[in-house]
Write a protein that binds this ligand. Structure first.
Ligand SMILES: C[S@@+](CC[C@H](N)C(=O)[O-])C[C@H]1O[C@@H](n2cnc3c(N)ncnc32)[C@H](O)[C@@H]1O
Length: 208
């Protein structure tokens, strides 16, 4: 079965697999968001994060491989009265326009194997404009021992602090925090989870 079909089937059930509230990571760091920021949300699923950002006044583009999820995301945005530029696309074929976004958001995109992740992480960084911020959030390998629901069952797809530091050598790290927390986002993410927050910005050349 194709990846898109697999996700379409997961999203076909009634309701929102990951809930309609934004990831706690985004609410926790909401002081970094300002109206008008040109923002790309990758692997956005049913739109809980892109809609939250649009409600905060950001100018949001969202992409996900699942047509079913994107249709749900469009309905959520319409219900909330906000505009988001949605697209159905494979992140591995995404055109990473250089220096385009003030903010790039990647929450639980751990469907990527390490080699694919390298390519995508390069794209996330390249598409940030100088001064722009990357907000990346996901599971740590310890998650597999905690028994919470969510994430692939593969330690190699999880993030550690050293993996993330090494992955973005051209960014300056603002937040790198590992912690365990109870997630309550729909049925897709529940229980005690080993998490990691990574927030970093692209330096502006010539600025100290
Ligand atoms: C664990 S979900 C997270 C969804 C969303 N970020 C959230 O926090 O609610 C992973 C998402 O990645 C999407 N996805 C999987 N493979 C993808 C790919 N190759 N390109 C783009 N999106 C993909 C899935 O459809 C799914 O919506």
């Amino acid at each position: 079965m194709s990846k898109a079909r697999m996700w379409d089937e997961r999203y076909a059930a009634e309701g929102f697999l990951f809930g309609t509230a934004p990831a706690a990571f985004l609410s926790k760091h909401a002081q970094r968001l300002s109206p008008g920021m040109r923002t790309l949300v990758v692997g956005d699923g049913e739109g809980r994060n892109s809609v939250f950002l649009a409600e905060a006044g950001l100018e949001v583009t969202s992409m996900d491989i699942s047509e079913v999820a994107v249709a749900k995301a469009q309905r959520l945005a319409a219900e909330r009265g906000v505009e988001v530029a949605f697209s159905v696309a494979d992140i591995l074929a995404w055109p990473w326009t250089p220096n385009a976004y003030d903010l790039v958001v990647a929450v639980f995109i751990q469907f990527l194997l390490p080699q694919q992740r390298d390519v995508v992480f390069e794209g996330l960084s390249a598409t940030l404009r100088p001064g722009g911020t990357l907000m990346l959030h996901g599971y740590r390998p310890e998650h597999l021992e905690l028994g919470g629901v969510g994430g692939p069952p593969l330690a190699e797809c999880m993030y550690t602090e050293s993996v993330l530091r090494a992955a973005f050598p051209e960014l300056e790290v603002d937040v790198l925090e590992s912690y365990d927390a109870d997630l309550r986002g729909g049925t897709g993410h529940t229980g005690t989870s080993a998490l990691i927050d990574f927030i970093a910005h692209k330096p502006v050349p010539g600025a100290s």
